[in-house]
Design a protein around this ligand. Structure first.
Ligand code: TA6
Length: 289
């Protein structure tokens, strides 16, 4: 695969290949481990994606930060707790399927296909591609194709970690009037009134296809997060106690990030017929305020 001038492949850090992107419009990094977008810095802005200083960059380990790809299940496996949380594709090595650039952006496509290893975890044939368009905005699309001869059902998410100046000072707009489940408290749906603020551990699944705006007055910016192919938005911050239980996250780091995830989860289960596909897309734009 010939890479465009702004893209190079390095391996020294983690024991798996990482794509380094240095383009006039953008700086970025994408690990082939999990097709994991690790970094996105649009020209003229500060880094938009959060990366834990204690992230484990080791083969077979998920990366704490950036955009983990959760698929073909979101959260714990529905029936077998011995299987990895958030599915298995985020800890497998994907291959570069395509790479090109224009004066405005870099486009990378990564691919993963079923194997004996995946079928031992999930008995379905598939081709997954992650389409990444990285420039002044970041658009990530998870394309999943059912290459088998029976229908397959799955859940998943683009589990995006966003940098914020102080999660206690931001406000999250776009979810007013929707319903959500705070899984750790109860399965009951609750109504969302007004903006969402983070003043405790928040692990919520909102029933929503809306665009979200994260207003960060301390940093002086808004993050505009659009999506498609998703009827569930997960909002997560581990807060104080859960942060202490996460070995790959500094205890004092919880104010520095917020997860806004384009998901197919909860009631939003995706069933794909043989030969058909599902597209799960999230697009992030940065606006100074
Ligand atoms: O998306 C929220 C969530 O499901 C939380 O419950 C928390 O477990 C988070 O994902 C991180 O999961 P991970 O397996 O990456 O530690």
């Amino acid at each position: 695969m010939t890479l465009p001038p702004s893209v190079s492949l390095s391996e020294e850090l983690a024991g798996y290949p990482i794509l380094d992107i240095e383009h006039p419009a953008v700086i970025g990094r994408i690990a082939l481990n999990g097709a994991h977008v690790m970094e996105w810095i649009p020209e003229g802005h500060d880094p938009v994606l959060y990366m834990s200083a204690e992230a484990l960059l080791e083969p077979g380990k998920p990366i704490r930060g950036g955009i983990p790809i959760c698929w073909p299940w979101f959260g714990p496996h529905p029936t077998d707790t011995s299987k990895p949380a958030h599915g298995f594709v985020r800890t497998m090595i994907w291959e570069v399927d395509a790479a090109r650039e224009t004066e405005k952006e870099v486009e990378i496509v990564l691919k993963l296909q079923d194997s004996a290893e995946t079928k031992a975890l999930w008995p379905h044939a598939f081709t997954a591609r992650l389409h990444v368009r990285m420039g002044a905005s970041l658009e990530v699309t998870l394309q999943t194709i059912n290459t088998g001869d029976t229908a397959s059902s799955m859940t998943g998410a683009l589990h995006t970690y966003l940098n914020v100046e102080d999660v206690r000072k931001i406000s999250i707009h776009g979810l007013h009037g929707t319903q959500y489940v705070e899984g750790r408290l109860s399965p009951d749906k609750r109504p969302q009134h007004g903006t969402v603020v983070i003043d405790q551990e928040v692990d919520r699944l909102y029933i929503s296809d809306a665009t979200i705006i994260v207003h960060d007055p301390k940093w002086g910016r808004e993050l505009v997060i659009e999506k498609a192919g998703s009827l569930a938005t997960v909002v997560w911050n581990p807060w104080i106690e859960k942060s202490k239980r996460l070995a790959d996250l500094p205890d004092e780091a919880y104010p520095e990030f917020l997860c806004i995830e384009a998901a197919n989860a909860g009631e939003d289960v995706v069933t794909i017929q043989p030969g058909h596909e599902h597209l799960l897309m999230q697009r992030i734009d940065v606006r100074k305020i």
